[in-house]
Design a protein around this ligand. Structure first.
Ligand SMILES: NC(=O)c1ccc[n+]([C@@H]2O[C@H](COP(=O)([O-])OP(=O)(O)OC[C@H]3O[C@@H](n4cnc5c(N)ncnc54)[C@H](O)[C@@H]3O)[C@@H](O)[C@H]2O)c1
Length: 305
């Protein structure tokens, strides 16, 4: 069968210019896309404009882009309160309006009536079911979830959530776009509320609240336990690899006293071609780098530096 040539994604509309919308717009513009940023509220657009300027300036300050690229990057983003104007020539629409079924359905319905028929309509919802949202959309096969993490122009993970009616082509094109932006897309295999990352985050948040309410530790101590302990390792690898490092015999002995099941670790790409000792050296080296980056150098640093 002759495969269809898919349109290149050039112009992107960001609908909703709040915390997430302005950051998505920044990311797309940094990667050369023309962006139409839309919001119903003029003040939100003005606020977004300031946030975008600050974000792009910081990229230059950190040497990620040249100073001369600041103005062209910002210049690629146009602002409007008119939805039609924002989406009529868009190849991809990133919706970031309020987290409410009625609001999202209404906005995506309107978008689907104006946007080009092959445009992908991505909802940035953090927990709602795409299968429900896409019922309101004309040509629902092009409606998909693309859940970023604040701020999406810096945090690589994006969860891609196909609804029941989402086409495979929409999944592939969304994944390709996200990869081209340097993001790490994970396609959620089974549609559930709160998807993947937020489900894990809710469990951690619940445990944190329980610890404080039971008088085990203070709010600040709970936060410190995360930023000086668990979180440092989680910047490098997730809970399954934590178990592996703590008890490397996982690979031969199923380990589940913490509720984690190690089956599947054998296929983990981090383990491919590496011995346990290689990985420990890599981990320790990265931890020293991270500690220095977050201004928590090892005490020996000050003696040798
Ligand atoms: N804030 C986060 O950490 C985060 C992370 C991931 C996903 N999300 C999701 O992203 C979405 C947006 O969240 P946010 O934090 O950016 O919210 P926000 O309140 O900062 O921004 C929402 C924006 O949408 C605008 N808006 C509302 N109705 C609109 C409409 N009909 N047309 C155009 N614009 C409209 C509002 O004026 C506002 O500027 C939500 O679905 C949220 O769950 C948020």
């Amino acid at each position: 069968m002759k495969s269809e040539v898919l349109p290149q994604i050039g112009t992107i509309a960001c609908v909703g210019a709040g915390v997430m919308g302005h950051s998505w717009a920044t990311l797309f513009a940094l990667h050369g896309h023309r962006v139409h940023l839309q919001d119903i509220d003029d003040e939100k657009l003005a606020q977004a404009s300031g946030w975008i300027r600050t974000a792009v300036d910081l990229f230059a300050e950190k040497g990620l882009i040249k100073k001369g690229e600041i103005a062209p990057t910002i210049g690629r983003i146009s602002h409007t309160t008119e939805l039609d104007e924002a989406v009529e020539d868009a190849d991809f629409v990133m919706e970031s309006v309020y987290e409410d079924y009625n609001v999202k359905k209404q906005v995506l319905k309107e978008i689907s009536e104006v946007a080009p028929k092959e445009a992908i309509l991505a909802s940035g919802s953090s927990k709602l079911l795409i299968s429900e949202i896409q019922k309101a959309v004309k040509n629902p096969g092009r409606c998909i979830g693309a859940h970023g993490f604040n701020p999406p122009h810096l945090i690589p993970l994006v969860e891609i959530i196909p609804g029941e009616m989402t086409s495979d082509q929409t999944v592939d094109r969304t994944r390709s776009l996200m990869k081209s932006l340097g993001k790490v897309p994970i396609v959620v295999k089974k549609e559930v509320s709160a998807y993947l990352g937020n489900r894990m985050q809710y469990s951690v948040n619940q445990a944190a609240r329980d610890i404080v309410e039971s008088g085990i530790a203070s709010v600040e101590e709970v936060d410190l336990a995360m930023s000086t302990g668990l979180g440092l390792r989680w910047a490098l690898y997730g809970p399954f690899m934590v178990s592996y490092f703590n008890t490397p015999s996982h690979l031969i002995q199923r380990y589940d006293h913490s509720g984690l099941v190690a089956d599947g670790l054998e296929d983990h790409s981090m383990l491919k071609g590496k011995t346990f000792d290689d990985l420990v050296r890599w981990r320790n080296s990265k931890l020293i780098d991270i500690l220095r980056a977050v201004d928590r150098p090892l005490s020996i640093d000050s003696e040798t530096g």
